[in-house]
Design a protein around this ligand. Structure first.
Ligand SMILES: *Cc1c(COP(=O)(O)O)cnc(C)c1O
Length: 365
């Protein structure tokens, strides 16, 4: 059994993909070929924003977003400690300080009500992560940000395709950043990422930063990075985007079916009202995680833990002087969360097998 079945997906698009990639190989335009611009057009249409700017990966996307706002040494950026390292990493790489806000134990997203007390004169932005495929309450977050006169950057790495009150993830904040890492809801066959904004000036800045601050050839107007999406990966994404709306539907159906089958046995993911989740992960919560992992492994069912250690307790961020107890909900979630196989090609029969195996051993948290 696969944790994420990319093979079935590839089978579905293989002939179109072969044609597309062969075309790129024949063209020889491997950097910024026409497919990159085509993809950016398709992405902005899909998300419903004015500008989509592709880049080399999701972590770079976060960094480019921060750079476009001028975030640098001495600045602070508010984010969640219950996420992948990339958020705090991008902030710290620019010499700024990640300031954490604890999560809601049911949605695993940061609690907007806790943001205001963390805002100081040094705060430049709020970077919420739309974890496991659903967005935190952006109406509240945007309101807090606009009162403080700071920007919101959505980390949409796990939520591309998700919706909140009819708006797509990527379209609800000043800037959004996503990742096309192969296991993300929309993934390529290598590294890739994108940025979204409706702000013309920020779009210009981000485009410049993505490619060495280069305005015209060998004319560099600011210090940027080298972070372009390969033409070949743009080709892969163009083909995958065609089937993506159908995959999002399937993801939602499968996620909600898991919820139905597991309700009452373990803590299932709570989808906040107004939200459509793409279930980038299907993550339950159990008291006896090691036991559940082992029992499923003997049955050939793969699982994964997103994430076993909150960011504030990582050795890399020792210098921030956080300790156990700083963010209790994130710390407890890190001990109890467990992600089950989740992808658009998961058959009901296989899902039933997984559910039965979980129910046989899991102790509800
Ligand atoms: C995957 C991920 C990233 C980083 O994306 P890469 O493309 O791997 O650099 C950032 N934030 C979150 C929440 C992610 O899941």
């Amino acid at each position: 059994m696969e944790f994420i079945d990319l093979k079935s997906q590839m089978k579905r698009i293989r002939s179109d993909l072969d044609r597309r990639l062969t075309g790129i190989l024949d063209s020889g335009q491997f950097i910024m070929g026409p497919e990159v611009g085509m993809l950016e057009g398709e992405l902005s249409k899909y998300v419903g924003v004015k500008h989509a700017i592709t880049c080399a990966n999701g972590t770079d996307a976060l960094q480019i977003a921060l750079m476009s706002l001028g975030v640098g040494p001495g600045d602070e950026v508010i984010t969640t400690p219950f996420t992948f390292i990339a958020n705090a990493e991008a902030i710290a790489l620019l010499g700024a300080k990640p300031v954490f806000v604890d999560i809601d134990p049911h949605t695993y997203n940061l609690v907007p009500e806790q943001i205001a007390s963390k805002i100081t004169s040094k705060t430049k932005a709020i970077m919420p992560v739309s974890l496991y495929g659903q967005m935190p309450d952006f109406e509240k977050i945007n309101q807090i940000a606009s009162q403080a006169g700071i920007a919101v950057i959505e980390d949409a790495a796990q939520s591309f395709g998700a919706e909140q009150n009819g708006k797509k993830s990527g379209a609800v904040s000043r800037i959004a950043a996503t990742s096309f890492f192969p296991s993300k809801p929309l993934g390529c066959y290598g590294d890739g990422g994108a940025l979204f904004t409706n702000d013309d000036n920020i779009a210009v800045q981000m485009r410049l930063i993505r490619s060495h601050g280069q305005k015209t050839r060998y004319n560099h107007v600011l210090v940027g990075v080298n972070s372009r999406l390969d033409t070949l990966q743009a080709g892969v994404l163009l083909e995958k985007l065609k089937i993506f709306p159908d995959e999002v539907q399937k993801r939602e159906q499968i996620g909600l079916r898991y919820n139905q089958l597991l309700e009452g046995s373990v803590q299932t993911p709570v989808i906040a009202s107004g939200n459509l989740s793409v279930f980038s992960q299907y993550t339950i919560r159990v008291k006896n995680r090691d036991q559940v992992v082992d029992a499923l492994k003997t049955k050939g069912i793969p699982t994964s833990v997103h994430y076993p250690q909150p960011v504030h307790l990582q050795a890399a961020f020792k210098h921030l002087n956080y300790s156990l107890g700083s963010f209790p909900q994130s710390e407890l979630a890190a001990q109890q969360v467990l992600s089950l196989p989740m992808h658009p090609y998961l058959e009901s029969q296989v899902q039933d097998e997984i559910v039965a195996a979980v129910k046989a051993v899991a102790i509800s948290s």
